[in-house]
Design a protein around this ligand. Structure first.
Ligand SMILES: C[S@@+](CC[C@H](N)C(=O)[O-])C[C@H]1O[C@@H](n2cnc3c(N)ncnc32)[C@H](O)[C@@H]1O
Length: 401
């Protein structure tokens, strides 16, 4: 981000009216209880391209690091099939890949200690079709930390498909990893009056998000249960929500929300565009994650081996306490917000040029605001390990010839 002021052309009145008229239809549909389809906000949940996510996603990297011991345990305890078939690691929601290198490397190291160096290992990175796969392939080819650098029997693949669909044929995956990705819903169920974040909504809107999140989690689990081999493991990492309902990002999100209001007042964003700016990210409480599993800790063929919430240190704040560089703190926090959330907000703006100017201006204003009110993120990481069980043998099946 340069220090130059960013100019963004005010939207014209006819354009604003047309967009307001379009919005009336959306609101009317919403009143009728219809879901706002993914087609309304086409690119929700995709990270900022051009490698931006890899540069600025240190918070998810920190969360993933905290979960590494559980991934390693999972790799040590999963049922390895005898024979020579490749082992399959799935990385659901890989984004641009930088944050996948350490977990995939750790998992492969544990598997190698069990199967030796000759067994082929396939690592399949899954993300939405609009993901920046060019950067992912660049990381897989060039990154010094890439997991294949010293292992000729590791084979990377990538799939551009939603993890709310079948991504693999039945029973192909030995070990799944999904970090900071299943927090993104399949659809955005409602507009959020006065805010853009699901944690800030109440009443009917909250109920719509709660329902969507519950449905999506069950769908995600059902699909993964189908794809995992018996004895396989799935490790899921989420930005956590405390039992009190806090994410730790409230000061950041509230600052961004105030700035969006100012941008509407300055007429650089239309009121209708602002209303359509909604994040499809929904952090779940521990109880919501465990809800499908019931008292038996079992959902379909999946059982819960581990589920815990941890505090996540804010590295930018730690550095600020050492060096007192508030500019650097503000830049890092604002760039984090931009790389992860701004593409989803900007998708409410139809013109590509205005989307870019919007992202630049929002980041610039946010950085200024965060420098005025320096504060750490007191965020959390939620980790979960699931194991796929063999189907129960019923007495009739046991006695049949
Ligand atoms: C915050 S990034 C996490 C990237 C990486 N796993 C990490 O830990 O840093 C979330 C990723 O999930 C992806 N994602 C969101 N919804 C998805 C879906 N339905 N199917 C596949 N990927 C999805 C996004 O495109 C994005 O790349």
């Amino acid at each position: 981000m340069s220090g130059e002021p960013i100019r963004i052309d005010p939207i014209s009145q006819p354009q604003a009216e047309a967009e307001d008229a379009a919005l009336e239809v959306t609101e009317a549909q919403q009143r009728q209880g219809e879901q706002m389809s993914a087609a309304t906000i086409p690119t929700h949940g995709v990270m900022e391209g051009g490698g931006s996510y890899n540069l600025h996603a240190r918070i998810p990297a920190g969360g993933g690091n905290l979960a590494l011991p559980y991934l390693e345990d999972a790799a040590r305890s999963l049922a390895v099939r005898p024979g020579t078939d490749p082992l399959v690691l799935a990385d659901y929601g890989s984004s641009q890949g930088k944050n996948s290198m350490a977990p995939m490397r750790a998992a492969i190291r544990c598997l190698r200690s069990r199967v030796g160096n000759e067994r082929a290992v396939m690592v399949v990175h899954v993300d939405q079709h609009a993901n920046d796969f060019n950067t992912l392939f660049d990381v897989l080819h060039n990154d010094a930390e890439r997991y294949s650098v010293d292992d000729p029997n590791v084979f990377p693949f990538a799939i551009g498909r939603s993890f709310y669909e079948n991504v693999f044929p039945r029973e192909q995956v030995d070990l799944g990893w999904c970090s900071y990705a299943a927090v993104w819903l399949r659809h955005i169920p409602a507009l959020i009056p006065g805010h853009f974040a699901s944690v800030a909504c109440t009443g009917e809107v909250r109920a719509a998000f709660d329902l969507q999140a519950a449905d999506d989690w069950r769908l995600f689990l059902s699909l993964r249960a189908r794809e995992l081999r018996v004895g396989g493991r799935l490790v899921v990492v989420f930005p956590g929500l405390s039992d009190e309902g806090a994410t730790g990002f409230e000061p950041l999100f509230n600052s961004a929300n105030e700035i969006l209001g100012e941008m509407v007042d300055e007429r650089v964003v239309g009121a209708d565009e602002r209303k359509r700016m909604v994040l499809g990210a929904y952090p779940r409480r521990r109880a919501q994650l465990l809800e499908p599993f019931g008292r038996e800790d079992q959902f379909q063929s999946l059982s819960v081996e581990h589920c815990a919430l941890f505090d996540l240190p804010d590295g930018a704040w730690t550095d600020y306490q050492l060096d007192g560089n508030v500019e650097s703190l503000g830049s890092r926090h604002a760039a984090f917000f931009r790389a992860i959330f701004v593409p989803s907000l900007a998708s409410a703006i139809s013109d590509a040029g205005r989307r870019l100017a919007f992202a630049d201006l929002l980041e610039q204003k946010l950085k200024r605001r965060l420098c005025e009110r320096p504060a750490p993120f007191h965020s959390f990481v939620q980790t979960m390990v699931l194991a796929k069980q063999a189907p129960a043998v019923t007495p009739s099946a046991r006695s049949s010839p």
